[in-house]
Write a protein that binds this ligand. Structure first.
Ligand code: SAM
Length: 263
């Protein structure tokens, strides 16, 4: 008997990994957070699966299901939205499973921040603009953000920012970002990336909320910010330059640049 934490991806049923779908097909018990994971994902469950929505269950009640599954010799699939390692609250479940001597594994998933970048057809890293992505979240009741990771201090790096769980506090978040970033910084909201209800809104920080009904963006919304989102053409990576050699490709003789080990 084993528990498999599975990254369900951002929503669309075909954005789960092949390995995740296989584990789902084989599970006897499937636990999923109905508030975050699309029901469409359950199409991958086998006919034997008992399916439970954990949205109304506390940790103790979920652990009780793991205990029952162990007694029955059932394999359990626990679906988490996006990738389970990001704001997935899996560590407390893992500790509980270790105490119960139940083995577990984690199957990664497509996180909503990369799914949101895909919606925007944006690259979050661009040569000479930003080579760093900061994943953070708005302060919340369930988990406070440590003071040393305040949005203002992270924004000061001028890296690309992927701000999770910010839909309910957009005004406050934007105000804090504007304390360190120019108003002209590109910013985008993506709601329910890959769901049928998907929508997005692109602007700059100082105009992002103009005329926006913030209530329509409260849930499942990603805020991406940074100059990398700008549509202006910029410098190119040398990776595909005809003159750039690396381990797997030799530069053409005419355009050769010095040999480098890293792209
Ligand atoms: C509890 S966190 C879970 C994050 C998840 N583990 C991940 O890797 O995407 C929930 C937050 O993720 C973001 N999110 C989840 N699904 C999304 C989607 N389909 N589109 C945009 N943002 C999404 C939103 O910021 C939402 O408030």
């Amino acid at each position: 008997m084993k528990v498999t934490f599975i990254g369900a991806g951002p929503g669309a049923a075909d954005l789960i990994t092949v390995r995740g779908a296989r584990a789902l097909a084989e599970a006897n018990l499937v636990l999923y957070a109905g508030s975050l994971v699309s029901k469409d994902m359950l199409v991958h469950c086998g006919p034997q699966a008992v399916i439970m929505d954990t949205a109304g269950m506390n940790l103790e009640e979920q652990v009780a299901e793991y205990v029952r599954a162990k007694a029955a010799g059932w394999n359990v699939a626990r679906l988490h939205s996006g990738d389970p390692a990001i704001y997935g609250a899996i560590s407390e479940q893992m500790r509980a499973l270790e105490e119960l001597d139940i083995s577990y594994e984690v199957i990664p998933g497509v996180s909503s921040f990369t799914a949101s970048a895909a919606v925007l057809r944006a690259s979050l890293t661009r040569p000479e603009v930003s080579q760093t992505i900061i994943i953070t979240r708005a302060d919340g009741r369930a988990s406070a953000v440590p003071e040393k990771e305040s949005l203002a201090s992270l924004a000061a790096h001028e890296s690309s920012l992927a701000i999770f769980l910010s839909g309910a506090s957009l005004s406050k978040v934007v105000e804090e970002l504007l304390s360190k970033l120019p108003g002209t910084t590109p910013a985008a909201l993506v709601c329910k990336a890959s769901w049928p209800q998907e929508k997005h809104h692109t602007a700059t920080l100082d105009t992002l909320l103009d005329g926006l009904s913030q209530d329509d963006w409260r849930l499942s919304t990603m805020l991406l910010v940074g100059e990398a989102l700008a549509s202006t053409p910029g410098a190119h990576s040398r990776l595909y330059s005809p003159g750039y050699s690396h381990r797997f490709r030799k530069a053409s003789r005419e355009a050769r640049e010095p040999l480098s080990r890293t792209p």
